[in-house]
Design a protein around this ligand. Structure first.
Ligand SMILES: O=C(O)[C@H](O)COP(=O)(O)O
Length: 321
């Protein structure tokens, strides 16, 4: 990770070479994509239920908590996962099993607060986020924000203030897309390993700096995914917003590498299963990995932070279930 960033205070600076790579990555994307770090204006105001652990209001000023929940979830099984094909940035949907995995994931995080959701621009991640939220006890409605044009933003506004309070903004970002697998996209993984050798294919799939032919290395994927996380998502956590990110095996591996401060050697063995939520607590500028909630009432998750326990108690009071 240090290879492409020097952290000074809370600022992260990219070396010139990685900026060149970033521009190349940006050029790989459809020309409708603008610069790397478009700042999405969240057009929904997000109300905090009184018990919310993220923000409390004292006499008009907002006292921000220094703690927030971050949930990461790799999409459920996709139709090309099922066929064992390299997928990358090809936009394929979930299988029925993937739909069930997403719903199950939702059950596991159903008592954890979610104020904002980020997904990639790919349907398998968006389906996973929306299906998971059908199981959330707070019953807020996730709404995908459309900012692609001024008209899209205006026409998709929620104009009722009351309704807005029961919505969760969903921001889609191509920067969170799966790594682009280049010439491997659509090829069968086993046949590719048979052709090029297991070791070489494993290096393309799991190493930090070796890209697949015509595709992105994990390092190149990190330069957009981690940059987006730092520029757009981390400030939300700092402000006390609880965030869920639904994305992909490798874009999430690059983000976890940043969160857990993994070396380029350690990240090789990092594997993410489809549809398994992972919980982090963001506290005083640090990310603490809490593992994967096994069930909606797992003591281990709630015992760890008072705010999550209080939020769950509030939901118990609100819904008596
Ligand atoms: O893009 C794909 O094929 C999968 O989502 C991830 O593939 P990988 O596990 O081979 O990196």
């Amino acid at each position: 990770m240090a290879a492409f960033r020097q952290a000074t205070g809370s600022q992260i600076f990219f070396s010139a070479s990685s900026l060149n790579k970033e521009n190349r990555i940006a050029s790989l994307m459809p020309n409708s994509q603008k610069t790397c770090f478009d700042t999405i204006k969240v057009s929904l105001s997000i109300s905090e239920p009184a018990s919310s652990p993220s923000i409390t209001i004292h006499g008009g000023s907002v006292k921000k908590s220094n703690e927030a929940a971050l949930i990461l979830i790799r999409h459920g099984e996709s139709m090309w996962n099922e066929k064992n094909l390299f997928t990358g940035c090809v936009d394929v949907p979930l299988t029925r099993k993937g739909v069930e995995e997403a719903v199950e994931a939702g059950k596991r995080i159903s008592n954890i607060p979610v104020d904002m959701i980020y997904t990639s621009a790919l349907i398998r991640a968006q389906m996973t986020a929306m299906l998971a939220m059908t199981e959330h006890r707070r019953k807020k409605v996730p709404i995908i924000l459309h900012n692609e044009t001024e008209q899209a933003r205006e026409w998709s506004q929620v104009l009722s203030e009351d309704t807005k309070k029961l919505c969760i903004p969903v921001i889609t970002a191509w920067q969170l897309n799966e790594r682009m697998y280049g010439e491997l996209q659509g090829l069968n993984k086993q046949e590719t390993a048979d052709r090029y050798g297991n070791e070489r294919v494993h290096e393309w799939r799991r190493s930090y700096s070796v890209p697949p032919p015509g595709g992105e290395s994990l390092e190149m994927c990190a330069e957009r995914a981690v940059a987006y996380f730092v520029e757009e998502i981390e400030p939300r956590l700092v402000s006390g917003k609880n965030v869920m990110i639904a994305a992909h095996g490798n874009s999430l591996r690059s983000i976890i590498m940043y969160l857990d401060k993994l070396t380029s050697q350690e990240v090789i063995s990092l594997e993410l299963s489809t549809g398994i939520p992972m919980l982090y607590i963001f506290k005083e500028g640090e990310f603490i990995r809490r593992g994967s909630p096994v069930g909606p009432t797992e003591a281990g998750v709630y015992a760890y932070t008072k705010r999550l326990a209080q939020y769950r108690e509030k939901l118990d009071g609100m819904f008596q279930s």
